[in-house]
Design a protein around this ligand. Sequence first.
Ligand code: SF4
Length: 409
Amino acid sequence: MDLLDTLTAKGLRRELPSREEALAVLATTDDELLDVVAAAGRVRRQWFGRRVKLNYLVNLKSGLCPEDCSYCSQRLGSKAEILKYTWLKPEQAAEAAAAGLAGGAKRVCLVASGRGPTDRDIDRVADTIAAIKGANEAVEVCACLGLLSDNQAERLKAAGADAYNHNLNTSEGTYGDITTTHTYADRVDTVNKAHGAGLSACSGLIAGMGESDEDLVDVVFALRELDSDSVPVNFLIPFEGTPLAKEWNLSPQRCLRILAMVRFVCPDVEVRIAGGREVHLRSMQPLGLHIANSIFLGDYLTSEGQAGQADLEMIADAGFEVEGAGQVTLPQHRADVAAAATAGHGCGPAADACGSGGGCGPCGGHGAEEVPAAVGAAAATDGAGTDEVRSDLVRVRRRGAGTELAPNA
Ligand code: SF4
């Protein structure tokens, strides 16, 4: 297939495909799907071998958010019956992080709900980073705290954070239909602040919110333009009690096409299968590993993932290996750039990036009544659409951080 040969060649050269080529990936048929996966797999193996990076989420503060992101269970007015708690103490967060690291994760993603951190919150997170790194110096820490004010990224960097996650989530054109309390430009600004402070930038998207193929291509091209080191690809978890509860637009095949498109547009960055992996890829998850080089281990912020042990077995069964703490995630040319940026800011070791599902962290939950009009109308596409709420596929997190129960790692 000429298209796939072209895209593979461009991916191996780190050359940007055209928008038309990216759209064509999304338009491939099920008969072509394994060829698409194989082509994206060649690009993945060129830059990341057969390694899979494991990331572990710690939800430092859950629910009670004043923002209205429609996809999020923690949003203003959310009726999703998620765990709600305020800031974990540093030692509680470090204990949760230790479980993920013991399970094989090399990065801990510290996530807090809310519009953005106060300076006092930055102090709390700094204490938490110190507690985690005091026990395990090699661990990568990514913070995901919402919109950053001036100098907060620098303070996180000085505290030992390696990366900052803030997702663009969807295209600039649809952003206002998903969230009204902040703008797409606000999100871009925060990613740039993180980058500017020498933090590795992590920024990704959420697919399945009713967006068009053009919207998906728009946001992925915007992410390439931002030059994030890692791109988490979330598949909407339609939580009951949220505005997007009935947005079941994704099939496993479409998820694989979306991952492949991201890989072709961002060939040498960490592409992470984030929230919604189990819900939407289901038994096709191992094929996703041929395209993405990173996943979350265990549970997400407000929803449960498959057992951490099942993640490890899936990786081994599919012929991949868990990336070790001593291995550098990014290809040498990107790692060198990251190291130079870190040297320029004079603090801490270099690293890459984190990612999640919701706007603030890996998916999440959701809120209430009003379905965003334009996004609701666009409706993708290949056949998975249903008006049913699939509560059998969405399990609210009831264990780990913020509970007395052992975490899933
Ligand atoms: S994505 Fe973040 S800012 Fe938006 S509602 Fe959820 S927790 Fe709040």
